[in-house]
Design a protein around this ligand. Structure first.
Ligand SMILES: [Zn+2]
Length: 336
């Protein structure tokens, strides 16, 4: 099969087009013919190397996969969450807390190829009419945002939700899920063009954080109260401002730190104003069924920045690294 593989960590030039044997499904696994695979920042980090992560080469990136089962041709989405499916957490629907938690494309080879073998429990049916490109855009950012808003922050109708970096994959999903839950959404981005697109997705208010102060902006939009819920994933650059922009008794949910993890937290604001800081990573496999239902109902729509052929994986990485995109960059996998 055709694939784009890594043989060592490094820059974009380490993404190598090659022919590899089609994987043999192991016990409890199924073979998926990959039609589309979406990019995540995870792909960039795994390519460059994450401390403690040891890859088996050749390694294939790609956590967000849609395609069809080779066995019967049924259309599917693949959940990227790997776990043992035998422990207490897994069997209680908290599989992303499993001590064997991992992700496709990181802890085992992902979808930058024509075929992938995955555990059968990772397969979610894809509704008729949902394209592979749209489906591939959903899992990682959809699961991440769903858990942050629905399960962690437990957003209530009428609450104000501040979505940081609304043009990112997580941001695009978070704006839509927050609206679905009946919240008032304030979106931030670093360009007016991105903010306009966030409004088109349902954001009620916007703040350009490259030209305006985040705390002042949120305070003036909320009658000095601050945001009830903050969806945060950029880390250091805006963290201390998020603490100040959060309403007394509010919740900040963090799922990433793209600008740096060593952010400063003024604890006086955390205890005196009784803030909750909630950590979040991915979601459970089962949440993907809920997300697919909402997409089917037209309540959430996948936002695609652009589609490129798998062969242009290097260009796709370059684009994501440049952070100019709004929504997902998806690679289409040809099957001549
Ligand atoms: Zn487990």
């Amino acid at each position: 099969m055709r694939a784009i593989a890594l043989y060592e960590h490094g820059g974009i030039d380490k993404l190598v087009a090659c022919e590899l044997p089609t994987p043999e499904p192991g016990p409890g696994e199924v073979l998926v013919r990959v039609e589309a695979v979406a990019l995540n920042h995870l792909d960039l980090w795994v390519r460059k190397g994450i401390p403690g992560l040891k890859l088996t080469y050749p390694h294939l990136l790609g956590a967000d996969i849609a395609g069809e089962l080779v066995s019967d041709g049924s259309k599917v989405i693949v959940s990227p969450v790997l776990s043992c499916m035998r422990c207490r957490d897994c069997l209680s629907g908290r599989d992303n807390l499993c001590r064997h938690f991992g992700l496709l494309g990181e802890h085992r080879s992902g979808g930058y190829a024509q075929y992938i073998a995955v555990p059968a429990c990772n397969i979610v049916p894809r509704p008729t009419g949902m394209s592979a490109v749209d489906a591939a855009a959903l899992p990682v950012t959809g699961l991440t945002a769903w858990q942050m808003l629905v399960k962690k922050a437990k957003v209530l109708p009428g609450e104000t939700v501040l979505v940081i970096a609304a043009g990112s994959g997580v941001g695009v999903a978070a704006v839509q899920i927050a609206k679905l839950l009946g919240a008032r959404v304030i979106a931030t981005a670093t360009s007016d063009a991105k903010l306009e697109r966030a409004r088109a997705l349902g954001a009620d208010e916007t703040i350009n954080t490259s030209t305006h102060d985040l705390v002042e902006g949120v305070k003036s939009l909320t009658g000095k109260r601050g945001a009830d819920v903050i969806i945060e994933h950029v880390g250091k650059a805006l963290w201390s401002q998020c603490i100040l922009a959060c309403a007394t008794g509010g919740r900040i949910v963090t799922c990433g730190a793209t600008t740096g993890f060593d952010a400063v937290t003024d604890l006086r604001h955390v205890f005196f104003r009784q803030l909750s800081i909630l950590g979040s990573t991915m979601g459970s496999k089962g949440d993907l069924f809920d997300i697919v239902e909402q997409v089917k109902a037209g309540k959430i729509r996948p936002v695609i920045d652009r589609v490129l052929p798998l062969a242009e994986a290097r260009k796709a990485h370059e684009l994501l690294e440049g952070r100019q995109q709004f929504g997902k960059i998806v690679l289409e996998v040809p099957h001549p």
